[in-house]
Ligand binder design. Structure first.
Ligand code: AMP
Ligand code: GLY
Length: 426
């Protein structure tokens, strides 16, 4: 079948690499893709939110499966756009409906959903302009630290952890009265701070059945030892050492099953990935967020560990046959290390020439492009996060060292990466 993959980051490069291994895929197109995805398919210059052009492209190229990488088109309703039109309704769309994507698109929706199904999460209350004064009182009386979350999508910046009340009140005011995060922050979830280690759990569901994919741990801070501002993710490891069978059983009973049952009870059409961000507090998992897609850079470590044919499992998802699928996970340990532009996550330059991409070949190491573009025979940087170097190893230390070694062979001006990904497990 012909497949169109929507997105253009490290997640999509990894997915395109995996899709091309499948005998079920004839032609692969990526919109808009990057210099890396072009190794496995044809990049097409259509934006991820231009649903009409995507639909037209699908019809003219006999696309049978649309795989949606990023959250924005999902939250904006790409699934319904395709399903509601007779011309495109036959195309298998991997991703939730617009309503179900609210699990990521609205923190307040996600919190209320968790409340309804008794899924463990931090205590919270939500406020908007109409309840602003109540919010002020609630924050004044809240224990520290206080977590403030913009309700809507805020490109990973909408969560603020405040260590004193004055800061929390100021941020609350900025969000509600001064549109700090635009529409996304007009409603604010004020939440209890959970102290613990984070882990990303991935489930693929067809709305009725589900399979659990390998878990991962993402390193969000820019600096060594988890210091400095948050980023989109500086690296990831999979598997996560403390996530054993007993822990996964707790996660399955308390979180995964009630989540899938909740989707069914509320008739939320969901044929895609559910990414559950957990914080582990004294052995007990709490949900800090749902995402309606795969994570980045988690994809760069979990997809290489899945031994199944990805197109086969995605077809089973679209056809509600996931009960027929067993996920086969490689016992190998995967670590990915992200090379970013100097200055990221703040101001940074792009358009720098990347060298070393083809000279060194290392068994068990893959270079996934996150923010790159091709210009003639050159590959240029095209974003904050530029390359994700994934290595397999028999330990986290071995895999991380191999990725670091590969990164020493790569170069662009002001390139930076964390050498300590997986440090607490080495
Ligand atoms: P999010 O944008 O929802 O992914 O949240 C960003 C980060 O904020 C998470 O990865 C956590 O590190 C942190 N965070 C979110 N909610 C909480 C919470 N209730 N307690 C502690 N940390 C949190
Ligand atoms: N790595 C976190 C995310 O994709 O949201």
């Amino acid at each position: 079948m012909n497949i169109l993959l929507v997105g253009g980051g490290g997640r999509e490069h990894t997915l395109s690499w995996k899709i091309k291994k499948s005998n079920l895929c004839d032609q692969l197109f990526i919109a808009p893709g990057n210099a890396g995805t072009a190794q496995f398919g044809v990049n097409i210059a259509i934006s991820v939110n231009d649903f009409e052009s995507l639909a037209y492209f699908c019809l003219s190229n006999k696309i049978e499966m649309l795989i949606v990488g990023p959250e924005e088109p999902l939250v904006k309703g790409i699934y319904n756009f395709f399903k509601d039109s007779a011309a495109t309704a036959h195309i298998q769309v991997i991703g939730p409906s617009k309503k179900a994507a609210q699990l990521e698109g609205s923190k307040a929706f996600a919190k209320a959903f968790m409340d309804r199904y008794k899924i463990p999460t931090a205590a919270y209350k939500e406020f908007d302009a109409a309840t602003y004064e109540d919010g002020i009182t609630y924050i004044r009386n809240h224990t520290l630290p206080i977590v403030l979350k913009a309700d809507g999508l805020a490109a990973g910046k909408g969560v603020i952890i405040c260590n004193n009340h004055i800061e929390a009140l100021a941020e609350f005011q900025l969000m509600i009265q001064h549109s700090k995060f635009g529409e996304a922050g007009k409603r604010v979830v004020v939440e209890q701070f959970l102290d613990g280690i984070e882990v990303s759990i991935f489930v693929l569901t067809d709305g009725k059945n589900y399979v659990v994919l390998p878990e991962a741990k993402d390193y969000k801070k820019i600096g060594k030892g988890d210091r400095g501002p948050n980023t989109g993710g500086m690296g990831a490891v999979s598997p996560v050492p403390f996530v054993d069978a007993a822990y996964m059983e707790i996660v399955t009973q308390k979180i995964i099953k009630p989540t899938i049952e909740g989707l069914q009870k509320e008739a939320l059409d969901y044929k895609g990935f559910v990414f559950i961000g957990l914080i582990n507090v004294a052995g007990e998992p709490f949900v800090i967020e749902y995402n309606c897609r795969l994570g980045d850079p988690e994809t760069e470590v979990i997809i290489p560990r899945i031994e199944n044919d990805l197109v086969e499992i995605l077809s089973a998802t679209a056809q509600q046959r996931l009960n027929e699928i067993s996920i086969i996970t490689s016992p190998q340990i995967a670590v990915t290390v992200m090379a970013v532009s100097g200055g990221y996550p703040n101001e940074h330059e792009t358009g720098k020439v990347i060298t070393g991409l083809t000279e060194t070949k290392l068994e068990g190491t893959m270079i996934f492009h996150a923010g790159t573009r091709q210009e003639g025979d050159k590959v240029l940087t095209n974003g904050g996060r530029v390359l994700a170097v994934t290595s397999f190893g028999s330990t986290i230390a071995e895999a991380a060292e191999q990725s670091n070694y590969m990164l020493e062979q790569l170069h662009f001006d002001d390139m930076y990466y964390r050498e300590d990904i997986g440090y607490e497990f080495r």
